[in-house]
Design a protein around this ligand. Structure first.
Ligand code: PLP
Length: 396
């Protein structure tokens, strides 16, 4: 018999379609996948070299549970350089990916029944992580008209006496939208007034387009900084998803608590990956810029193509590598014998008929939309969008 806690965890909504794609590919079907949740680039060579050196140097033992002093110092230098923030190693906890950083955070701040506000469309793991920490996810809807961003008015209406934290994911997965400095200031002021934490997931900080730059909400004031837990990592910025290095920057008390938790739960993140992360943060950042530019070109093409197809539309995201495609005009129609009533139906028909895999918005609390990732080659993007166009013209 499974525990109650584990039974309330929903299975990953992207898994079913992944499974189907795998089966189709194994059968020799040529499927174009727009489901990728990670950069399609290889980890840069100088980062790999640092890991190889770590192995050769015998850097293969336990490190301090919350990460090496050297890596924490590199994180502090990064936060100063990129975000103008002053932290010391005592504020930093290095974990097995930003996912563990998030789980540590919710575990450290939630008492049973405490509410954590999750703006929707949201990254699928947030509500489940909050539930695992005995918190209550409170979903706060946003609209496409407002670029999938909540307003301070929305937030004021959602905050209660039990609000413990707000999740801020800017740029966002799945919408790619970015909050402006003015918006961040207003959110920060409310957090101070109502006394709640801001869990600021900045994992897509390096993937921002149109010359816009990232601002961390922690930098708007000292009071806001004290209430902010910055979540970041190397997965998306340096194409290092498999290395599993993420980190938090928070006030000392929280950092100490999360370090204690991690010391019992998983101990240190991989020692070799920590050395690689140090090289990534301290080394040349030209590699990051090259990847960013490539993503920007793909985004421009994808957004233009989608908006040129009859029946489809999308907003132009400012960051990350996803586009939320509005498919609601297809609802109530029949396509190739499939009754399209919701985003799941659309995804199923598109995969079966046109052999294109996209992620249904239902898992992100955004029925009417599907998510397309452009973390795939331009060639795939062109072919996939050709297929989608033919599919909607009923030419498949
Ligand atoms: C990818 C992702 C993460 C976590 O990445 P890690 O590989 O665990 O560092 C966190 N938040 C969002 C929104 C993501 O898309």
């Amino acid at each position: 018999m499974l525990s109650e806690k584990i039974r309330i965890i929903a299975p990953s909504p992207t898994l079913a379609i992944d499974e189907k794609v795998k089966i189709m590919r194994a059968e020799g079907v040529d499927v174009i996948g727009f489901g990728a949740g990670q950069p399609d680039f290889d980890t840069p060579d100088h980062i790999k070299a640092a890991a190889i050196k770590a192995i050769e140097d015998g850097f293969t033992k336990y490190t301090p549970a919350s990460g090496t002093k050297e890596l924490k110092e590199a994180v502090c230098r990064k936060l100063k350089r990129d975000n103008g923030l002053d932290y010391t190693p005592a504020n930093i906890v290095v974990s097995n990916g930003a996912k563990q950083s998030l789980v540590n955070t919710f575990t450290a701040i939630c008492n049973p029944g405490d509410e954590v506000i999750v703006p929707a469309p949201y990254w699928v793991s947030y509500p489940e992580m909050i539930k695992l920490a005995d918190g209550v996810p409170v979903i706060m809807p946003t609209t496409e008209e407002n670029n999938f961003k909540f307003t301070v008015e929305d937030l004021k209406k959602t905050v209660t006496d039990r609000t413990r934290a707000l999740i801020l994911n800017s740029p966002s997965n799945p919408t790619g939208m970015l909050y402006t400095v003015e918006e961040l200031k207003a959110i920060g002021e409310l957090a101070v007034e109502k006394d709640f934490y801001i869990v600021s997931d900045e994992i897509y900080e390096k993937l921002i387009y149109d010359g816009v730059s990232h601002v961390s909400i922690a930098s708007v004031s000292e009071e806001v900084k004290d209430r902010t837990i910055i979540i970041n990592g190397l997965s998306k910025s340096h194409a290092m998803t498999g290395w599993r290095i993420g980190y938090t920057a928070s006030n000392n008390a929280l950092a100490k608590a999360m370090g204690n938790l991690q010391s019992h739960q998983t101990s240190n993140p991989n020692s070799i990956a920590q050395k690689a992360a140090e090289a990534a943060l301290d080394g040349e950042q030209e590699c990051v810029e090259i990847m960013r530019k490539t993503f920007e070109e793909r985004r421009n093409y994808m957004v233009e193509r989608i908006n040129s197809i009859e029946g489809l539309s999308c907003k132009k995201p400012t960051g990350a590598f996803y586009v939320m495609m509005n498919i609601s005009k297809c609802f109530g129609t029949e396509l190739y014998g499939y009754q399209i009533q919701n985003s799941d139906d659309f995804c199923e028909a598109l995969l079966e008929v046109a052999k294109v895999a996209v992620v249904s918005g239902i898992g992100f609390c955004a029925d009417g939309f599907v998510r397309l990732s452009y973390a795939t080659s331009m060639k795939n993007i062109e072919e996939g969008l050709n297929r989608i166009e033919k599919f909607l013209k009923k030419e498949c």
